[in-house]
Design a protein around this ligand. Sequence first.
Ligand SMILES: Cc1cc2nc3c(=O)[nH]c(=O)nc-3n(C[C@H](O)[C@H](O)[C@H](O)COP(=O)(O)OP(=O)(O)OC[C@H]3O[C@@H](n4cnc5c(N)ncnc54)[C@H](O)[C@@H]3O)c2cc1C
Length: 445
Amino acid sequence: MDHASREENPVGIAVVGAGAAGLMAAIWAGRTAIDPGRTKDSSTLKSINIVLFDTKPKIGAKILMSGGTRCNVTNQDVKPSDFQGGPSHFVKHVLEAFTPQETIRFFKEIGVELTLESTGKYFPVTHSAQTVLEALKREAKRVGVTFKTGVRITEIQKAAGSFHLKSADGTYHVSARKVVLATGGLSYPTTGSDGAGHEVAKRFGHTIVPTVPALTPLLTSDSDWKILSGISLEVGLSFSALGGRNGKKESECRGSFLFTHFGFSGPAALDISRHFSGAQKEKHPQIIANFLPEHREESLNVALQSARKKNPNKCIKNLLADEFSLPDRFVETFLKKSKVSGAEPIAKCSSENRKRLIRSLCHYPLEVTGVFGYTKAEVTAGGVDLKEINVATMESKLVDGLYFAGELMDADGRIGGFNFQWAWSTGAQAGRSAGNSCQRGVAVA
Ligand SMILES: Cc1cc2nc3c(=O)[nH]c(=O)nc-3n(C[C@H](O)[C@H](O)[C@H](O)COP(=O)(O)OP(=O)(O)OC[C@H]3O[C@@H](n4cnc5c(N)ncnc54)[C@H](O)[C@@H]3O)c2cc1C
């Protein structure tokens, strides 16, 4: 691009951010514009041109890295309770307006067949995120969307009924009748989402609910665990903290848990991280691990009694590995840290020792010192306050013609395809509304 400042021809809809939400918004705005039921006059097609801007010359980095490069597109069962952040009735309305079933249908329509895995997650049958990105790009082009990549929009003002957008380097100016902001949050800033959209929304008078990294690994100073780097097991994690409006915060999750050289990762650690990073200002944030999540203390006591009857001479260490399928290296470290002798035959284990063992297995306080931060956060919690957005249209309640889509808003889902579903649902709604509203503008013009 040359460095002289230049004003482009006005556009109908400017979508800022070509991630999952922005691509979806542009596609649905485009589909609205080419729907012959809505506009029979082909000249209107030209006047509702849609331009999709992105900072990055190559778009879709987050889609490509998602789901271990397989892209977990959605989930079999998506409920408002799978999300944190703004009011759950808002999330419910959004999910009903464009459901996971519609997502599956939409992807089929654009040539991406999805397959359901036993975990409830949907992936493309190709097991390649590239398929998802390519299909979205293809569909956007088919419905007439123009891509403007390598352009970082940092200034948007509204005057005389039009929006005026400027690039960060001041060389690019364009005006638009409608704007969809889909710039993402602050997570994985190398992919292009760096919070610029929050600043734009703030300048329009929107409230930004304070942001924190979510779905990010947990850090520990406990070097005993760090040596287990690479070992994973199924755990239950519970989080609690004192403080906040309700006095006590609590939450639980269960899933795979990975020891790393800096702390803890894997879906369970990532899911609970949202609560930890959201509560660092509150008192005593604590994460407790249950290393045998199918048991509570009482049932584990019963299971140990029956194992003892079957194998009275088996030592505790071997018992935990053989009967409870815990990895050997984990058992060694765990027993040392819990101060339980692993070499002792189970039949000779004192009741005090057995109680300590059971308590530690079901209720182990992990020494978590913080979270990894935005550089490794799959999503950003906080963002544009949902109360200031019209739930039926995703249009700002403060600025006519300004729409929001995706992660830059105050809603974040857990691991499992929920964050993409939020991007698809809000993107489709924002795009349809902006498209319809533009059509009405053309009809009366
Ligand atoms: C490693 C990883 C794995 C993940 N896996 C999954 C998964 O399998 N399933 C799931 O549901 N979720 C997953 N997520 C979360 C999911 O990717 C995001 O929630 C989703 O991509 C958000 O989409 P978005 O369009 O709102 O924002 P983003 O994808 O962040 O897109 C925002 C876009 O806006 C552009 N942009 C930002 N500022 C500007 C500006 N000023 N001007 C122009 N362009 C701008 C950025 O370059 C970017 O392309 C994963 C995330 C990560 C990081």
